[in-house]
Structures are given as structure tokens and as C-alpha cells.
Design a protein around this ligand. Structure first.
Ligand SMILES: [Fe+2]
Length: 181
């Protein structure tokens, strides 16, 4: 009898945990956007979110991996990218929540959906780190630009956010590409 009660309690706990996390389909946060606009903006924000999280992970990884004569300048400049990527990650995720869309920044989702190339393991020459960083910025910017085109008609506020992020990432891209010339 006691065993059954324990079992039932466990079942009830699981059920309430499911109920608490089932808000993706029925969001408690309302938006003035239509369902279609919300879906378009939410998808653009979600793709940008995973790319920006991965950008911060890739650039932190090579910040640790870099070796070579330009170690100091490359090592320090990478933290500038990491800081911006982290700031933009939060802005994008919180724009999603503001329109009633639950952002998904879980590690498994980032690994599955990121547009960025996987970074290799081990210490890495400074010139290769410059190329890896430029390529990571290129991949992030390419998808941001595609999402800016898609989202404009649905939600200009999300479009504006993505444009601002892209402008800064394109400035960083220039600075990194200039190091390889
Ligand atoms: Fe550091």
C-alpha cells in the first residue's frame, strides 16, 4: 500500500513537471503578433540564437587553443568576439520570450542546429585561428542575413535587432579578415 502511494506520488510529480514544461505549445506570454508572424519571427530568432551561442563557444575554444607569434593579440581579440556573442545571445533569446516564443539554447539543440563548422581539438596556430574565427563569423552572418530577409514583413522589431547584430558582426568579420591579408 505504501509502495503504491509512493508510486502514485512519483507519477503525479512527473505529470506536473511535464505540465510545467509544456508551455512551448501554449505560451503563457501573449504577443500582438499574429500566430503566423510569431512563428516566422520565432524561427528566425531561434536560428540566430543557436549560431550566436556556438559563435561564443567556438571563439572561446580557440582563445584557449591559440599558439604562435601573434598569440597575445589574437588571444585578446577573441574575447571581444566572445563578449559580443554572449550579449547578442541574450538579446535574441529575450526578444523571443517577449513575443511569446520559448528560446531553446540547450547544448543538444546547439550541437544539432548550428550553422557553424565544428572546431578541432588541440593547440592551433595563430594563422589558423584567424581563419577559423573569420569562417565562424561568416557562417553566423550568412544565416542572419537570410533571416533578416524572411522576418522583415512579419516583425520589423525582430528585423531591427538582427540588423544591429549583423552590423557589429560584419565589423568584427572585417577586422579578422584583415589579419589574414
Ligand atoms: Fe581568457
Amino acid at each position: 500500500m505504501a509502495k503504491d502511494t509512493k508510486k502514485n506520488t512519483k507519477k503525479a510529480d512527473t505529470k506536473s513537471a511535464v505540465a510545467k514544461t509544456s508551455s512551448a505549445a501554449t505560451s503563457p506570454i501573449t504577443s500582438t503578433l499574429t500566430a503566423a508572424q510569431q512563428k516566422t519571427a520565432g524561427a528566425a530568432l531561434q536560428q540566430s540564437l543557436v549560431d550566436l551561442i556556438d559563435l561564443s563557444l567556438v571563439t572561446k575554444q580557440v582563445h584557449w587553443a591559440v599558439v604562435g607569434p601573434r598569440f597575445r593579440s589574437v588571444h585578446l581579440a577573441l574575447d571581444e568576439v566572445v563578449a559580443d556573442a554572449r550579449t547578442f545571445t541574450d538579446e535574441v533569446a529575450e526578444r523571443a520570450t517577449a513575443i511569446g516564443v520559448m528560446p531553446d539554447g540547450r547544448s543538444t539543440t546547439v550541437a544539432k542546429d548550428s550553422a557553424l563548422a565544428k572546431v578541432g581539438e588541440g593547440f592551433t596556430a595563430d594563422e589558423d585561428v584567424v581563419d577559423i574565427t573569420t569562417a565562424a563569423l561568416t557562417a553566423t552572418i550568412k544565416r542572419l542575413r537570410r533571416n533578416i530577409e524572411k522576418v522583415g514583413g512579419a516583425d520589423p522589431v525582430t528585423e531591427d535587432l538582427l540588423i544591429g547584430i549583423t552590423a557589429r558582426l560584419e565589423q568584427l568579420h572585417w577586422m579578422w579578415q584583415a589579419q589574414a591579408v
